[in-house]
Design a protein around this ligand. Structure first.
Ligand SMILES: NC(=O)c1ccc[n+]([C@@H]2O[C@H](COP(=O)([O-])OP(=O)(O)OC[C@H]3O[C@@H](n4cnc5c(N)ncnc54)[C@H](O)[C@@H]3O)[C@@H](O)[C@H]2O)c1
Length: 242
């Protein structure tokens, strides 16, 4: 892994930060990309690039000579479809589906030349299952699942694998922010929101830690990963067993 270069998006926080640090611990040269300068500055041992990934034309200025691409940056918006702002729907698909497409598209030539590459798409249990009020997020993640499989088929003859990683709720600001909001909205304590709302479909009643997701990402980039492609690695505490 010491010879590899990885680009990790959304690396200033949560799962992306854990992936960046985990790959760096394996000796990978990590390029951590995010719009959050302060979050990037808190990372150790990685190169950092501040960029707004929803600016699709700006993506061409990011490094393309990479061996590993972790498409991770994402946001959530919870609203019923009839009230869902169309411009927010477009934004979420741009950030979470079109930006991964652009980054994959511009990185594959280097990977093909090298005869080795790893694309890891941080999807979600919502890449495989729907929940109400998450139209854009669920649509983007389902789209990412399809994109990942096409990359797997096209990349295979060139030594490039592509996989999704599908966590249920992970202890990150994306979720802890929702906990506080939902507790206020429902008049429940944060523990009650966790037990009765978020963990209701999950058999293993706990939040996943970002480091657990990063461990799977490292495995998908490591020496045992050659034949793992076109798949979705589910860490959902049993959600999709229903
Ligand atoms: N937390 C969960 O429960 C959970 C579960 C399943 C999947 N995921 C997925 O994991 C990924 C990471 O989520 P997280 O929970 O770590 O969230 P997070 O909010 O902790 O981190 C997301 C990062 O993405 C960055 N980002 C957002 N929009 C950006 C933009 N336009 N340009 C550049 N950077 C941008 C943010 O600045 C932030 O650093 C997302 O794709 C999310 O859908 C999260």
């Amino acid at each position: 892994m010491e010879t590899r270069r990885a680009l990790v998006t959304g690396a200033a926080s949560g799962i992306g930060a854990a992936c960046a640090q985990r790959l760096a611990a394996d000796g990978v040269h990590v390029i951590a990309v995010d719009r959050d300068q302060a979050g990037l500055d808190a990372l150790d041992g990685v190169e950092t690039v501040v960029a707004d990934l929803s600016d699709l034309d700006g993506l061409s200025s990011l490094p393309t000579d990479i061996d590993i691409l972790v498409n991770n940056a994402g946001v959530q918006l919870v609203a019923p479809i009839e009230e869902f702002p169309p411009e927010r729907f477009s934004y979420i698909l741009r950030l979470m589906l079109e930006a991964p497409f652009r980054l994959i598209r511009q990185s594959l030539p280097h990977m093909y030349d090298a005869g080795w590459g790893r694309v890891v798409n941080i999807s979600s249990v919502h890449g495989l299952r729907a929940s109400p009020f998450k139209a854009a997020y669920v649509a983007a993640k389902h789209g990412l699942e399809g994109l990942s499989k096409v990359v797997a088929l096209e990349g295979a003859p060139h030594g490039v694998t592509s996989n999704c990683v599908n966590p249920a709720y992970v202890r990150t600001p994306l979720v802890t922010g929702q906990l506080a909001d939902q507790a206020a909205t429902h008049g429940l304590s944060e523990e009650e929101v966790l037990d009765k709302v978020m963990l209701q479909p999950v058999a293993v009643k706990r939040l996943i830690e970002p480091a657990e997701v990063a461990e799977v990402v490292a495995m998908l980039c490591g020496p045992a990963s050659t034949s793992i492609t076109g798949t979705s690695f589910v860490l959902d505490g049993g959600w999709t067993a229903h």
